[in-house]
Design a protein around this ligand. Structure first.
Ligand code: FE2
Ligand code: FE2
Length: 192
């Protein structure tokens, strides 16, 4: 898929704010890809398309995910937005399989919760989503710095800050967030 095609597709689906966010993620993903010698065109495509299913209402996310076996945990029934990554990858694959690389679809599928086995592109998209220029929250500056120093350390920082945010605000925690955090803890510090 050509970059312009992806941009048109996303512009039609998302609000102006979310479209701007997608552009910020794409640009950030490209800079990270350059830093870590990953494919810049894949990073851009993943950034533009990652929130392809972000505009879908909860009942639609649930019904698409339910029909295709994408619901893995009870918490996803309670917070259907958590499914927008896997559902986006599925819809993009069904609609445009021939033109989107599998690695891009995989990065999109795990951009919200991460996964215990992440490729460099998966990490780049996950982090770009959290540090794009429009993001503003306590700790984002440190995460921006770390993302350009070491992807695994940045992932650990990002996951711990997301988990801490859920604890501080009384939000429900997905069990996978803990598993992924533990996997990166082991990767970075060799413990666990
Ligand atoms: Fe997202
Ligand atoms: Fe996003």
């Amino acid at each position: 898929m050509e970059p312009n095609e992806a941009l048109d597709l996303i512009k039609q689906r998302l609000s102006p704010n979310r479209y701007r966010h997608s552009l910020g993620v794409a640009d950030t993903a490209v800079i990270l890809a350059r830093r870590y010698a990953e494919d810049e065109s894949w990073a851009y495509l993943a950034g533009v398309l990652h929130d392809y299913a972000r505009n879908l209402p909860p009942d639609q996310l649930l019904s698409i995910a339910g029909q295709h076996g994408l619901i893995k945990q009870q918490v996803e029934l309670e917070v259907p937005d958590l499914l927008h990554g896997p559902v986006a990858a599925l819809l993009l694959q069904n609609d445009m399989a021939a033109t989107i690389p599998k690695a891009v679809l995989e990065a999109i599928a795990c951009h919200t919760l991460g996964s215990v086995q992440m490729s460099e592109l998966d990490k780049i998209l996950f982090l770009a989503d959290m540090i794009e220029p429009g993001r503003c929250y306590p700790g984002v500056g440190e995460l921006r710095k770390e993302a350009f120093l070491d992807l695994d350390r940045a992932m650990l920082l990002a996951l711990e800050s997301s988990i801490r945010y859920c604890l501080d605000t009384g939000k429900i925690l997905h069990p996978l967030s803990v598993q992924v955090r533990n996997a990166f803890l082991k990767q970075v510090h060799g413990v666990g």
